[in-house]
Design a protein around this ligand. Structure first.
Ligand SMILES: [Ca+2]
Ligand SMILES: [Ca+2]
Ligand SMILES: [Ca+2]
Length: 482
C-alpha cells in the first residue's frame, strides 16, 4: 500500500489540525500488514495485535506518523548515529527556534492504523535524552486524532530531560479500556528560551512492570474540596484528572488523563449530577458528595457540595402550618382549602411589582419581584374575619433587611355596604422590621388583628396591600385564624 493512500485515509477520517502530516518513518514508504481500506471497526470480536514495541531500532509495521498543525513537520527523523544502549538507531526531534518559518514547536503522534490490544500491559516506557537541559511540554499516548474526545489520552507534562538517557514510565490508568488503541505515542516540545534544541527517544514500548505501585486516579488535585454556596445551574469541573503512581525509583509521579478513565458519582443526584466528563451540574438545594473511581478504586480528591438552591430563591419551603383548618380562613397555603382571591397583583398605577407562582420543591409560593407596592383583591368574595383573632403569613427575602428596611401589610375592609367607598371603609397598615424581618430565612408574621387598630370592622375584608423597601419577597401561608 502506498504511503499516499495512508495520508488520504487519515485526512478523510480526521481533522483540520493535521497539517501536512505524515511523512514516512523509514524513508518513503509505510508498510502495513493490512490493506488500508479494510474496515475492522464493525467486527464483533476482532483480535488486535498485542505487539508491545513501538520503536526499538525501527518502527513496527502498523505505524504512521502525523505531525501536529503549526508544528515543524520536519522536526522528527530517525537518527542512525545515536541510540540507547548498544544500538545506534533512535528517534530524533529537532525543536525549532521560536519564530521559525517552519513551525513554532515540534509535535506529533504515532498511530497504529488498525489498533492494538494493550490490555496485557501496565505502562508505556521509553528512554529520552536531549542536547541540553530542557523541559518537554508533553509526552504520552492515546492521541488517536479523534479530536474532541481523545478518550484514552494520558499526558506526562513538563518532563525534565538532560544530556543523559533516562527511562520514562507512563502508567496505563486502566488497561481494560485499551483493547483497540490507535494512539501509541505522542509528544509536543517548544523552544527553550526562544531557542531550539534536539532530543532523542528510544526503546518505546508497552510493558507489564511488576514494580509499579500505588496506581490511583486523582481529581481536583487530590483535594477534598468543599463548596458551600453553589447555586442551581452552576457547572463545576472536577479537573484536573490525573493518575498517580509510585515509580520504581520511589518517585511519586502524576500524569494527566482523559476523564473517560474515571467513573463519577454523586451521593445525592437530586442535588447535583456529574457527567462522564467530570462536569457537575447543580440541580437543587441540598448537600451531596461527588466522588470518582478508576478501575473500581476510589480516587484521591472529592467534592463536598452544598447548593443554596436558586440564587435569591428560598432553599426550603416555608414552615408547614399546623393549625386546625376549622379555625382558619386561608388565602394562600398548601395546607388549607383557600378562599377565592380575585388577584394577587391588581397592577395599580405606579406599582412596579411582578408576581409569579413558583414551587420550592413541591410547595407553592408567590414570588414578587421589583415590589414597591402590590394590591391584592378579593372583592368578589370579601372575607368575614370578624371571629378571627390573628393574621398570619410567611415571607422570605434575599434582600438586605437592616433598618430602616421594612415590609408593610395593609388590610382594607369595605364596611357594612360591602363595596368600595360609601364612607364606611376601614383600613390599617402594619410595618415589619428587624428583628422580625431577616434575610434568607422564612419569617413568620403572626399579628393579632387587634394590632390593626384602624381596622375597626373586618366582616368585609376586600383588599390587601404589600409594600416596603425590599423588592424581592416570597409569600406563603397567608391566613386568618382564631
Ligand atoms: Ca534503539
Ligand atoms: Ca405553600
Ligand atoms: Ca364600603
Amino acid at each position: 500500500m502506498a504511503y499516499y493512500e495512508n495520508i488520504k485515509e487519515i485526512n478523510m477520517k480526521k481533522n483540520q489540525l493535521l497539517k501536512n502530516v505524515l511523512f514516512n518513518i523509514f524513508g518513503l514508504l509505510i508498510l502495513t500488514t493490512f490493506g488500508c481500506k479494510r474496515d475492522v471497526g464493525g467486527l464483533q470480536s476482532p483480535t488486535f495485535p498485542t505487539t508491545a514495541e513501538v520503536f526499538i531500532d525501527g518502527f513496527t509495521g502498523d505505524l504512521s506518523y502525523a505531525a501536529y498543525g503549526t508544528s515543524d513537520v520536519r522536526a522528527f527523523q530517525v537518527d542512525n548515529q545515536v541510540g540507547y544502549g548498544n544500538t545506534t538507531i533512535s528517534m530524533r526531534y529537532d525543536v525549532p527556534d521560536a519564530n521559525s518559518p517552519n513551525g513554532s514547536y515540534a509535535g506529533g503522534t504515532y498511530l497504529s492504523e488498525i489498533g492494538r490490544d494493550l490490555r496485557g500491559y501496565n505502562a508505556l516506557t521509553f528512554y529520552i535524552k536531549a542536547s541540553q537541559a530542557a523541559t518537554i511540554a508533553e509526552v504520552g499516548f492515546g492521541d488517536d486524532l479523534d479530536l474532541g474526545t481523545k478518550q484514552h489520552q494520558v499526558a506526562l507534562k513538563n518532563l525534565q530531560v538532560n544530556s543523559s538517557w533516562k527511562k520514562v514510565i507512563i502508567p496505563l490508568p486502566d488497561p481494560s479500556k485499551l483493547s483497540r488503541e490507535k494512539g501509541l505515542f505522542y509528544y509536543a516540545a517548544a523552544p527553550e528560551n526562544g531557542r531550539g534544541y534536539s532530543f532523542w527517544i528510544d526503546e518505546v514500548k508497552f510493558e507489564k512492570l511488576t514494580d509499579l505501585s500505588g496506581l490511583t486516579g486523582v481529581i481536583l488535585n487530590g483535594d477534598n474540596r468543599t463548596i458551600s454556596n453553589a447555586e442551581n445551574g452552576d457547572k463545576i469541573s472536577l479537573s484536573p484528572f490525573e493518575v498517580s503512581v509510585n515509580l520504581p525509583t520511589g518517585v511519586n509521579q502524576r500524569a494527566s488523563i482523559s476523564p473517560y478513565y474515571l467513573t463519577f458519582s454523586s451521593s445525592v443526584p437530586s442535588v447535583a449530577t456529574v457527567n462522564e466528563l467530570g462536569i457537575v451540574s447543580v440541580l437543587s438545594a441540598g448537600t451531596t458528595v461527588i466522588t470518582a473511581t478508576m478501575n473500581g478504586n476510589i480516587t484521591l480528591g472529592k467534592l463536598n457540595l452544598t447548593s443554596i438552591g436558586l440564587a435569591g430563591f428560598p432553599p426550603t419551603p416555608a414552615p408547614t402550618p399546623t393549625r386546625n383548618a376549622a379555625n382558619v380562613i386561608s388565602m394562600y397555603s398548601n395546607a388549607y382549602t383557600n378562599v377565592a382571591i380575585d388577584t394577587w397583583n391588581t397592577r395599580w398605577l405606579f406599582s412596579t411589582a411582578e408576581e409569579s407562582f413558583v414551587k420550592i420543591n413541591t410547595d407553592d409560593v408567590i414570588r414578587y419581584k421589583t415590589l414597591n407596592f402590590v394590591g391584592i383583591e378579593f372583592t368578589s368574595n370579601t372575607i368575614n374575619a370578624s371571629t378571627m383573632t390573628n393574621f398570619h403569613l410567611n415571607i422570605w427575602t434575599p434582600d438586605n433587611t437592616t433598618l430602616p428596611n421594612n415590609f408593610k401589610i395593609k388590610l382594607i375592609d369595605f364596611g357594612a355596604n360591602n363595596t368600595f367607598g360609601g364612607g364606611d371603609d376601614k383600613e390599617h397598615e402594619i410595618t415589619i422590621t428587624r428583628p422580625t424581618l431577616v434575610s434568607n430565612n422564612w419569617v413568620t408574621i403572626d399579628v393579632p388583628l387587634s394590632s390593626f387598630t384602624g381596622l375597626t370592622t373586618r366582616s368585609n375584608l376586600a383588599q390587601m396591600v404589600f409594600s416596603g423597601t425590599i423588592p424581592n419577597v416570597f409569600v406563603d401561608n397567608v391566613y386568618f385564624y382564631k
